[in-house]
Design a protein around this ligand. Structure first.
Ligand code: NAD
Ligand code: UDP
Length: 313
């Protein structure tokens, strides 16, 4: 099949492009390189079934494809808050453009939505039936509300125009190819530990997250796209929950670093807890994560060790 991956040069997108090529598909990788990097897709460039398109999805595009994985959107709070108006345009106008394309060529389209649609959740763990607790006017709203509108658009194009949709709600994912300056907790802590710098825990570190290794996530997305009779939304994440302080200690231990843990102000609207209920993914996709946190972290530490050494930082 001809498969379009928007945001294909990003962290998750580049792993997905690689997997789809290995599965025998023709892959069109579309990206504007806001947070993505050519380095992420460099090993794929020699493959004759791989094509790179530099394009911004807030502008329409005409392509002939069978499947669309729609991932384009900055995902780290640091990056999505850099230009919040652009972030919401990417989610809203970008998703309209991709849905228009899907409608015209009758392609199946999967949206990479997020656990952020649950906001600062009052239900724990979060099942797909929970409608969320999102601040519509805060500094995270451009991302959270953008994704919520993107989900609404997906459902309306489905009901109104019969577009074949899939909505995946992705929880915190980590692994090689996260950018060193990404600003998310996994890359920050590992890079800080490797450089012997202070590990910056925001708030008192009692807030929780549940981290999924990238290969598990990719398997979940690919299975979801291949199933005919289920459109979601479905949570894809690892239910093993940890506090951020516990996580910082783990990274120090794993890297054998002499870094100190320091406490910095908690950004506003930072969710206090987050853990996916994955009963639906287990039932509908026959999927659950298989990579233990420790194994995934070791692979990620190895990646950043090589990367920090190569960049001389
Ligand atoms: P990322 O920032 O590494 O990748 C996003 C990619 O989209 C980048 O390559 C970027 O250049 C591209 N992009 C951004 N705006 C664009 C635009 N207007 N036009 C074209 N390309 C554009 O982030 P990621 O972690 O790989 O996330 C990928 C997707 O998964 C995002 O939609 C994100 O919301 C979703 N997601 C990720 C996580 C996670 O933990 N990584 C969790 C929930 C949801
Ligand atoms: N965080 C932290 N130190 C950092 C970066 C993040 O303590 O250097 C915290 C952040 O406040 C949040 C959690 O780690 O509570 C996860 O943050 P991230 O930006 O990775 O993702 P998100 O908040 O979107 O889940």
């Amino acid at each position: 099949m001809r498969v379009l991956v928007t945001g294909g040069a990003g962290f998750i997108g580049s792993h997905l492009c690689e997997r789809l090529l290995n599965d025998g598909h023709d892959v069109l990788c579309l990206d504007n390189f806001f947070t993505g990097s050519k380095n992420n897709i460099l090993p794929l460039m020699d493959n004759h079934r791989f094509e790179l398109i530099r394009h911004d999805i807030t502008e329409p595009i005409l392509l002939e494809v069978d499947r669309i994985y729609h991932l384009a959107c900055p995902a780290s709070p640091v990056h999505y808050q850099y230009n919040p108006v652009k972030t919401i345009k990417t989610s809203v106008m970008g998703t309209i453009n991709m849905l228009g394309l899907a409608k015209r060529v009758r392609a199946r389209i999967l949206l990479s939505s997020t656990s952020e649609v649950y906001g600062d959740p009052t239900v724990h763990p979060q099942p797909e039936t929970y409608w969320g607790n999102v601040n519509p006017i805060g500094i995270r709203s451009c991302y959270d509300e953008g994704k919520r509108v993107a989900e609404t658009l997906m459902m309306d194009y489905h009901r109104q125009n019969g577009v074949d949709i899939r909505i995946a709600r992705i929880f915190n994912t980590f692994g090689p190819r996260m950018a060193e300056n990404d600003g998310r907790v996994v890359s920050n802590f590992i890079v800080q530990a490797l450089k012997g710098e202070d590990i910056t825990v925001y708030g008192d570190g009692s807030q929780t997250r549940s981290f999924c290794y990238v290969s598990d996530l990719i398997e979940g997305l690919v299975r979801f796209m291949s199933i005919d009779d289920f459109i979601g939304p479905v949570n894809i994440g690892n239910p093993v929950e940890t506090t951020i302080l516990e996580f910082a200690r783990r990274i120090v231990e794993l890297t054998g670093s002499r870094s100190k843990i320091v406490f910095k102000p908690l950004p506003s609207d930072d969710p206090k807890q987050r853990q996916p209920d994955i009963a639906l993914a287990r039932m509908k996709l026959g999927w659950e994560p298989v990579i233990p946190l420790e194994t995934g972290l070791s692979k990620t530490v190895d990646y950043f060790s090589g990367h920090c050494a190569a960049s001389g930082s």
